[in-house]
Design a protein around this ligand. Structure first.
Ligand SMILES: Nc1ncnc2c1ncn2[C@@H]1O[C@H](COP(=O)(O)OP(=O)(O)OP(=O)(O)O)[C@@H](O)[C@H]1O
Ligand SMILES: [Mg+2]
Length: 372
């Protein structure tokens, strides 16, 4: 009997530098990828998402650090010897070959028997719902259909890991949303590991089991979509992941934070007493009340109906803007109160990654004699 380790890919302090004298494109990136889950690399253009996929696929070599696949170091293993396949942004299909031959291409190179190729290609096409399209020219397929051919071509090789580099970005919004469901469902049926790249935070939140939020060659935060949305670790993540109210604050002590000149109960602990922090409150966590019932007193500046909720912009006495999403209407120009639960306040540290924060917390509790 064999027990499979759940980790399939691991990066250990991987640095990637394209030019000797320049800033590395990846600055000591470490993470682990488990078998059979849907992972997303999320971050702005140029942060290093494609570089990570290229390193996993073997199209680039790390400058330092180690990459393991299935427990073996693969830094120097050529792409064709890795059980990894990539779906590229532009699909990279062969325009002169029909659907069947596009999917069969890799199998023909492997000199697989004809009957076997036929069976595998049919199976892959059935999987992406394209049975019957075998003889179609690629040029006669829609964007969404081409995308599915590209996926069929990747899964026909039965990879352990499928890398998808912004595969939906060429599609219009409706098709894109549809394909999000299709991909997610496909991943669950196949049970293989997907590593999906996007710079669209809604897409990442909707599809993933686990998200890595990247910025300038580092992973700022990793976690489930809920972790990332509800507990952003810093301003970058809070900002990137959705609309939010970010305010400078002081952590008075555990569970007590001060901003807007007042102290509020919160659920965070473990920071230094009187440490300067920032807090984030999501617009949907603010509730409109009377001035007397509110924790904040604000004046309503603008109000837009967004179909499900009103998007209301208000200003407090110090001139700070507060964005509110509410199903209740407010009166433009009027004064209202804003109420929020202690759980709605998320305390963030200044420009620190998760790793840096954990290290500091450790040093802090050691230095302070907090043991155990
Ligand atoms: N072959 C290369 N030679 C030199 N620099 C490169 C090379 N490939 C990428 N870079 C640089 O590395 C950085 C990260 O690029 P990468 O393609 O990984 O970003 P990305 O997150 O995928 O961005 P996008 O969302 O725009 O696709 C960029 O600054 C890019 O200019
Ligand atoms: Mg890219």
């Amino acid at each position: 009997m064999t027990t499979q380790n759940s980790t399939i890919i691991a990066f250990d302090q991987v640095v990637k530098r394209y030019e000797d004298d320049e800033e590395p494109v990846l600055k000591s990136v470490s993470f682990e990828i488990e078998r059979g889950k849907f992972y997303t690399l999320l971050g702005p253009s140029g942060c290093g998402k494609t570089t990570i996929l290229r390193l996993i696929a073997g199209f680039a070599e790390p400058t330092s650090g180690t990459i393991t696949l299935d427990g073996k170091v693969i830094n120097q293993v050529p792409p064709n010897e890795r059980q990894v396949n990539t779906v590229f942004q532009d699909y990279a299909l062969f325009p002169h070959l029909n659907v069947f031959e596009n999917v069969a291409f890799g199998l023909r190179i492997k000199k697989m028997k004809k009957a076997e190729i036929e069976r595998k290609v049919q199976e892959a096409l059935r999987f992406v719902n394209l049975s019957g399209y075998e003889g179609r020219a690629i040029t006669e397929m829609s964007g969404g259909q081409r995308q599915r051919v590209a996926i069929a071509r990747a899964i026909v090789n039965e990879p352990q890991v499928l890398l998808l580099d912004e595969p939906l970005s060429a599609l219009d919004l409706k098709l894109r949303t549809e394909m999000q469901y299709v991909l997610r469902e496909m991943q669950q049926r196949l049970g293989i590991t997907f590593i999906f790249v996007t710079h669209d935070q809604e897409e990442a939140l909707a599809m993933s089991d686990w998200i890595f939020v990247m910025n300038k060659g580092v992973i700022e935060q990793s976690g489930t979509p809920n972790d990332i949305y509800d507990e952003p670790i810093n301003r970058f993540v809070a900002d990137f992941i959705g609309e939010s109210n970010i305010v400078p604050a002081v952590m008075i002590e555990d569970y007590l934070v001060e901003f807007n000149g007042r102290r509020f109960e919160c659920v965070d602990a473990g920071l230094r007493p009187n440490e300067a922090v920032e807090i984030v409150i999501r617009p949907e966590d603010l509730e409109i009340t009377t001035v007397a019932q509110g924790k904040l007193r604000v004046r309503v500046d603008t109000q837009l109906f967004r179909g499900v909720h009103y998007e209301i912009s208000c200003y407090d006495e110090s001139g700070h803007e507060w964005l509110v999403h509410s199903t209740k209407k407010a009166e433009v120009g009027g004064e209202i109160g804003l109420y929020f639960d202690p759980e709605a306040i998320h305390v963030m540290r200044f420009g620190e990654t998760e790793e840096e924060f954990d290290r500091r917390l450790e040093a802090y509790s050691e230095g302070d004699g907090h043991e155990g």
